[in-house]
Design a protein around this ligand. Structure first.
Ligand SMILES: C[S@@+](CC[C@H](N)C(=O)[O-])C[C@H]1O[C@@H](n2cnc3c(N)ncnc32)[C@H](O)[C@@H]1O
Length: 352
């Protein structure tokens, strides 16, 4: 069949862009690790020699790096002065880990997940799962690095106040469980904001719970935060006023069973907040850049992880509001609504 030259060229251009982006990803991480972005933000405009000098790195590497960054639009180049700089917007994306626009962690998530690519290819053949614990350890840090800024920007100021009565309950002193807490970024942020409440971070991944414990100690909130190595179906305790689950519900192998256990451990007027990746309900409405990133991460991490567990209902990271609602109502909850959203996240309020 004859090829449509114009269409073929468009595909080639797309693939070149993606090839460049793939090669660019480790350079983003290197730029972050060596302080190249931060230095450009703080001391730019700089020549490649100036940037190398400021960061105590080798100029020949830095020259090539900074040109790749400028070609991708991550750094701004002034040919008149041969100097490179970051606009405030580029700096928010690359040089400020407290900005909600900070994107470096996402590159790290994708690259660390790719480290077990052969194992994943084999899992495609056999249908077996690949557990969270089987990933390269950098993934667990990368997830924390990518989500912490989102939680710092939205959790206490927007998401909790969007839930009916939860802010008041936590102000006056409530019992909170953070289920699937990972390294505990969200647990610590909530503990810092609500000193009269007590918190339990729960996750089946032991090394993550050890890291979370350290984070709580570093933040000076360890007296109010405890941790438990357990799944969402097996954690201890009852009469929680508030349960929160951040980017973890779709990772569970039996989300309906998890919902039933959360239901049993909440007070009758308690609230479960589920924070998920942004998704629309139908496949065709997710065929966009966010959907592409989320389906890819879901294929590399979330779906294999859930398949490694009970594999009762493997939601994937793009289950959307309809899929999440169905799982929690099948688990016994009767009230469900979308309470907030950002370009990256959906926030659901779930009540018995
Ligand atoms: C993408 S990470 C998110 C971690 C953390 N909530 C955050 O936002 O940084 C998903 C977490 O879900 C946890 N997880 C997976 N299956 C689980 C289950 N059945 N019950 C509870 N947690 C689970 C994993 O161990 C992992 O820490």
């Amino acid at each position: 069949m004859a090829l449509d030259e114009e269409r073929l060229n468009q595909h080639v251009q797309t693939a070149i862009t993606d090839f460049g982006a793939t090669a660019h990803a480790p350079l983003v991480i290197i730029g972050d690790k060596l302080g190249l972005y931060e230095t450009l933000a703080d001391a730019g405009p700089l020549t490649s020699s100036g940037l190398a000098e400021e960061t105590d790195t080798a100029e020949r590497y830095v020259r090539e790096w900074v040109r790749s960054q400028a070609a991708g639009g991550y750094v701004t180049y002034d040919p008149e002065t041969d100097r490179y700089s970051l606009t405030p917007e580029q700096a928010a994306l690359l040089a400020d880990e407290n900005s909600p626009a900070f994107m470096v962690g996402n590159f790290r998530v994708a690259l660390s997940a790719a480290k077990i690519e052969s194992q994943l290819a084999e899992a495609f053949r056999t249908g077996a799962g690949v557990g969270w614990h089987e990933h390269d350890a950098d993934l667990f840090h990368a997830i924390e690095y990518s989500w912490r800024a989102q939680y710092a920007a939205h959790l206490v100021d927007n998401w909790i106040p969007a839930l009916d009565g939860v802010d008041t309950t936590l102000e006056t002193g409530g019992r909170v469980a953070d289920v699937g807490c990972g390294h505990g970024a969200s647990t610590v942020l909530m503990a810092e904001a609500y000193p009269d409440s007590t918190f339990v971070g729960i996750d089946p991944h032991e090394p993550s719970i050890a890291a979370a414990q350290e984070r709580a100690e570093e933040a000076g909130v360890a007296d109010r935060v405890s941790f438990e190595v357990a799944t969402a179906k097996s954690y201890d305790g009852a009469s929680y006023d508030f349960v929160a689950t951040f980017d973890a519900f779709h990772d569970m192998g039996d989300p309906v069973g998890a919902a039933a256990h959360v239901h049993d451990t909440l007070t009758s007027d308690g609230t479960w907040m589920i924070v998920e990746l942004f998704a629309n309900d139908s496949v065709e409405d997710n065929l966009n850049p966010m959907g592409r990133a989320a389906y890819s991460i879901s294929t590399l991490i979330c779906t294999p992880g859930a398949l490694d567990q009970e594999a009762e209902r493997v939601l994937g990271a793009q289950a959307g509001e309809a899929g999440i609602r169905e799982a929690v109502t099948d688990g016994g909850f009767t009230r469900f609504r979308r309470a907030a959203e950002t370009p990256l996240n959906l926030v659901f309020e779930v009540k018995p």
